[in-house]
Design a protein around this ligand. Structure first.
Ligand code: ZN
Length: 85
């Protein structure tokens, strides 16, 4: 993986970066006003990074609107709870 001068984690494609963005929101409760909201292509390394600025990514916004993200969170909660038993 290419090291970027921004020191941000880089992703080789927009789709992979979006997957990471969505996964981050599944694992952490960012709420509406914190955490990464979108992905962008970097001028320095040519790869994609997550950003907490700007408008929300369309895929992420759609998942939140549909409640999919919330369901994934709950599924993950129970999966980890069962594992600890
Ligand atoms: Zn970069």
């Amino acid at each position: 993986m290419i090291k970027c001068i921004s020191h941000k984690k880089s992703y080789p494609s927009q789709e992979i970066a979006e997957d990471a963005l969505i996964e981050a929101h599944t694992h952490f409760d960012y709420g509406a006003r914190s955490g990464p909201v979108n992905v962008y292509q970097c001028d320095d390394c040519g790869h994609y990074h997550l950003t907490s600025q700007g408008t929300m990514n369309a895929r992420l916004a759609q998942l939140i609107k549909e409640g999919t993200l919330q369901r994934q969170k709950e599924a993950q909660y129970w999966a980890s709870k069962l594992k600890r038993k």
